[in-house]
Design a binder for this molecule. Structure first.
Ligand code: ADP
Ligand code: MG
Ligand code: MG
Length: 246
């Protein structure tokens, strides 16, 4: 599904942050990326999603057989790549539901599909919100306006379930997950996951991996993947830290 070859990227005008990343993600897999602060984890997720504050200087990102390096973030989203906090903006007057309905129909249109009929859309909203224990009044609130950390998280995971991407990239590093938010993410990912899609989970917290079992754990340090293992590697890192690998 995703194949990253020798990816190098830098901040515009700045120093190199990603220094030759190789990563392959197949359908049905969950990959976790861990690593010390400042290693380039968030940069990697942003570069996959196509954020333009970074410049790719070498390598390729192949998604379903196509190099997507030149694609805008919207095009990547329409091809089925979802990134958490893709839509962090506050939009007064636009509700959680109306926003996601518009985003879903936009994606369908880009893929040559008609708008989802209102009745089916309503059924989908009901089904997915029920899975995340989202209440009706939350759905009618203005997008992100005054949302608590947990509410932002819930909205984000709701967006993921509604859009049903092929690849979901969740960067949980900066969000200070409390136990509730952790549950929301874990339940959401476990609900989302199937044999045809994949998850790239970026996290500091081995605890999250108690709830979401990764098939692969990668350690990213100084812009490179320096070790890959299975779920047991996360436990080892929890115990020993990163120094023994550096
Ligand atoms: P991680 O998510 O692993 O903590 P980041 O990808 O956020 O790491 O950052 C990697 C390095 O690149 C850090 O040294 C960080 O300060 C720097 N960096 C990332 N984005 C920017 C930016 N937009 N401007 C300046 N420096 C940046
Ligand atoms: Mg950081
Ligand atoms: Mg980060």
């Amino acid at each position: 599904m995703l194949k990253i070859n020798n990816l190098h990227a830098k901040i515009e005008e700045g120093t190199e942050i990603l220094k030759g990343i190789n990563l392959q993600i197949n359908p049905g897999e969950v990959h976790a990326i861990m690593g010390p602060n400042g290693a380039g984890k968030s940069t990697l997720s942003s570069v996959i999603a196509g954020k333009d504050s970074y410049e790719v200087t070498d390598g390729e990102i192949i998604f379903e057989g196509e190099n997507i390096i030149e694609d805008a973030p919207e095009e990547r989203a329409q091809k089925g790549i979802f990134m958490s906090f893709q839509y962090p903006v506050e939009i007064p007057g636009v509700s959680v539901t109306n926003f996601i309905k518009a985003a879903l129909n936009e994606t369908r249109k880009a893929n040559g599909l008609e708008n989802l009929p209102a009745k089916e859309m309503l059924a989908l909203v009901r089904e997915k919100s029920a899975k995340l224990d989202i209440k009706k009044d939350f759905l009618s609130r203005s997008l992100n306006e005054g949302f608590s950390g947990g509410e932002k998280k819930r909205n984000e995971i709701f967006q993921m379930l509604m859009l049903n991407p092929k690849l979901a990239i969740l960067d949980e590093t900066d969000s200070g997950l409390d136990i509730d938010a952790l549950r929301i993410v874990a339940d959401g990912v476990n609900e989302f996951k199937n044999e045809g899609n994949a998850v790239l989970l970026i996290t500091h917290y081995q605890r999250l991996l108690d709830y979401i079992k990764p098939d692969f754990v990668h350690v990213l340090a100084d812009g490179k993947i320096i070790k890959t293992g299975d779920a047991s590697l996360a436990l080892e890192l929890e115990e020993k830290g990163y120094d023994w690998l550096l």
